[in-house]
Design a protein around this ligand. Structure first.
Ligand SMILES: NC(=O)c1ccc[n+]([C@@H]2O[C@H](COP(=O)([O-])OP(=O)(O)OC[C@H]3O[C@@H](n4cnc5c(N)ncnc54)[C@H](OP(=O)(O)O)[C@@H]3O)[C@@H](O)[C@H]2O)c1
Length: 333
């Protein structure tokens, strides 16, 4: 028998999550039944989607989320003892898993070998965020060599990978991020220009963008929404493509009131599409294999912001929502 720790969604979020929204509890787990295995979390992910998605869960639910975990005991041959798995087990240290249960597009899987790279990448560049970048950018933006690509939320888990894939595809890449250090890292990664949106402020953003994209914007990968996206939309070129990945600027705040964009869509003949990455669940390993190959070829770099301790999950979550992370935000148990 194992005693699991789990973080409970104690009270619905209002604005930025606070301590009172979370409660730590314990639960004694029985031995695995037929087809089940017992997983022990090694790394847990804190992701922006947890903020809006929890709104559809009742208070008292376990916080949702992915983790890299070790199989401690098993009665399922596909998940043998000692294997490391990715699973959407929630904010828990130990989980009894029946892989047959749960949604078809969110099944646990044994991590493929990452070579010398850490298993935690299974939560970032070699997991959901990396696949979000790979499929969400390449499938929806269809970038062509020489085109200008703008990425918002560029120094985060998804954005940093999108920008580097755009460079691999021969594009000119402009990244928008919230600090000078983040922008410096993006330029190290090969981004051609960066904008620290917090430094230029909302009023200065349009001018800074115009300077950064002298030939206009062909592809926009949007992680943030709000006034940043309004300004980028105004700089789109004929037949521009916009992949709408996230709108983090309004996860904790009211939606921004922005100008009606329909006119640009008509006269620039733009195409905009939103997506949820599980759309490509059937091609999941393709994204992981390609991103790993690019890492091994030295074309794709990653950074992680690691918080130590399961007890720090809420703190790591809020820090990520407020820009405390560069690259992927993870928690090491
Ligand atoms: N559609 C999908 O399937 C899918 C999958 C994964 C992620 N997403 C979305 O992709 C986006 C990025 O996710 P991620 O996991 O890569 O997170 P992340 O970028 O690693 O972390 C979140 C970042 O958002 C930025 N941010 C916070 N408030 C902001 C604001 N008001 N305006 C602009 N930026 C703000 C912060 O960076 P700064 O310091 O730069 O502000 C923070 O570091 C999110 O919107 C997420 O919901 C969508």
């Amino acid at each position: 028998m194992v005693v699991a720790k789990k973080w409970i969604y104690a009270k619905p979020f209002e604005g930025l999550p606070k301590d009172e929204n979370f409660r730590l509890e314990e639960e004694t787990l029985p031995e695995p039944g037929e087809n089940e295995f017992l997983a022990e979390a090694e790394f847990l992910s804190v992701d922006p989607y947890m903020r809006p998605y929890m709104a559809s869960y009742p208070a008292g639910s376990v916080m949702i989320g992915g983790q890299v975990a070790k199989v401690l005991a098993s009665r399922n041959a596909q998940f043998p003892v000692g294997a490391y798995v990715f699973g959407n087990f929630g904010w828990r240290t130990h989980t009894l898993v029946n892989p047959e249960k749960g949604a078809a597009d969110s099944k646990p899987y044994v991590l493929p070998p990452f070579g010398t790279h850490p298993r935690s990448l299974g939560l970032g560049v070699l997991g959901m965020p990396g696949n979000t970048a790979y499929f969400g950018f390449l499938e929806l933006c269809q970038p062509k060599e020489g085109e200008t690509v703008v990425v918002s939320g560029a120094a985060g888990a998804v954005g940093s990978v999108v920008g580097q894939i755009a460079k691999i595809k021969g594009c000119r890449v402009v990244g928008i991020a919230g600090s000078d250090d983040k922008c410096a890292w993006l330029r190290q990664l090969g981004f051609d220009a960066t904008i620290n949106y917090r430094a230029v402020g909302q009023d200065g953003f349009g001018a800074a963008l115009k300077e950064a994209v002298p030939k206009g914007v062909d592809c926009y990968f949007d992680n943030v929404g709000g006034y940043i996206s309004e300004a980028v939309l105004g700089q789109m070129n004929l037949y521009g493509r916009i992949s709408v990945c996230g709108t983090i600027s309004n996860y904790n705040e009211e939606r921004a009131k922005v100008a009606d964009p329909q006119r640009e869509f008509v006269f620039k003949q733009l195409r905009q599409e939103g997506f949820i990455v599980t759309r490509w669940a059937k091609r999941w390993m393709e994204g992981i294999v390609q991103n790993l190959r690019w890492i091994q070829e030295g074309k794709l770099s990653y950074q992680e912001t690691v918080t130590e301790g399961f007890g720090e999950m809420p703190k790591a979550f809020v820090s990520m929502l407020t820009g405390g992370n560069t690259g992927k935000a993870i928690v090491k148990v």
